[in-house]
Design a protein around this ligand. Structure first.
Ligand code: RP5
Length: 312
């Protein structure tokens, strides 16, 4: 049988830092393969292997890197399976450089980042994603986490834990519909049992400056993968993301990225739904065509005219 998780590091110097992830996979009997693939030193090999992941039956890829930590983002740009980033701790910036490099992805290419050096949380979250299609694994995870054994099977459904974030909910819902996710609904943040009863495959949990612990509180009560989707109207304090990601297992798609939250949720749904995966593929192609058109126009018009038109 194929491995359900690939865990890749930018350098073998990262391996000892994520030993807890390997231990968690072994304890939960999650099949995984570890690779050394660098975004910068082996770009062609990394891209080639990433394009094989879907066909190889891998359900989730964990990418580990530090500093200018581009491995998770580069991985996500070449696959439609969900990518979890582990930002490695660094001496000079205490891992903040890694975290910001992993988490603040552009719209369209999401990465779910765990907190700095949180290897065990990343492994648990990856196991939870794989467990959505494996009843026995799901049982082992729920038992390890002290959750009730009986839970309805996950279906093609995404829960949004609102209710304050109306605009973000709307944007995420619209995109989920476009991506062929049959069902999505907004729940009160405390209604975790209802989200489980509804068979959610992913929970998008909004968080604002005064509710940063909310996604982790939801995650503490369920094995459904929780995507922390922070919202902020302006500049945030330097510990904003650290507080958001203090506890897990959760991953965040960065600040003010409701569409990336929806995309990451759809990627999780796509693991069990070829239809959703096809919609994701089409969405990715449209995105890249839009950028290509801009480049072609810039080449044709030259910088002055292009800028003039942008300012109109
Ligand atoms: C990153 O640079 C790696 O993922 C690692 O965290 C860091 C240092 O790499 P080495 O210089 O030890 O190879 O790309």
């Amino acid at each position: 049988m194929s491995n359900v998780v690939e865990i890749r590091v930018g350098s073998d110097s990262d391996l000892p830092r994520i030993e807890r992830a390997f231990a968690a996979f072994e304890a939960l009997q999650v099949s995984f393969e570890a690779r050394v693939l660098s975004a910068h030193r082996t770009p062609a090999r990394t891209a080639a292997r990433t394009r094989e992941l879907e066909g190889a039956g891998v359900k989730v890829c964990i990418a580990v890197a530090g500093g200018a930590a581009h491995l998770a983002g580069v991985t996500s740009s070449e696959t439609l399976i969900p990518v979890i980033g582990i930002p490695v701790d660094t001496t000079q910036f205490k891992g903040m450089d890694s975290l910001l490099s992993v988490i603040q992805m552009p719209e369209g290419i999401p990465v779910g980042s765990v907190g700095i050096a949180q290897a065990e949380n990343a492994a648990l979250l990856a196991a939870q994603i794989a467990g959505l299609d494996d009843v026995a694994l799901r049982g082992r995870i729920r038992s390890r986490r002290g959750l009730d054994a009986a839970v309805p099977a996950a279906r093609d459904f995404v829960a949004l834990a609102g209710p304050k974030a109306e605009k973000a909910c709307r944007e995420a819902m619209d995109l989920l519909t476009e991506l062929g996710v049959k069902d999505a609904a907004v729940f009160e943040p405390g209604a975790v049992a209802e989200m489980e009863k509804a068979g959610a495959r992913a929970i998008i949990a909004w968080a604002e400056a005064d509710t940063l612990s909310r996604p982790a509180e939801i995650a503490a009560r369920t094995d459904i993968p929780v995507i922390a989707a922070p919202l902020a109207p302006g500049p945030v304090p330097s510990d904003f993301l650290l507080r958001l990601l203090e506890k897990g297992p959760i991953a965040s798609v960065g600040i003010n990225r409701p569409k990336n939250a929806a995309l990451w949720a759809a990627m999780i749904v796509g693991n069990g739904s070829p239809g959703v995966r096809e919609h994701l593929r089409a969405h990715r192609e449209r995105l890249s065509e839009e950028v290509e058109k801009k480049d072609t126009r810039l080449l044709a018009q030259g910088i002055r005219r292009y800028l003039d038109e942008m300012k109109k």
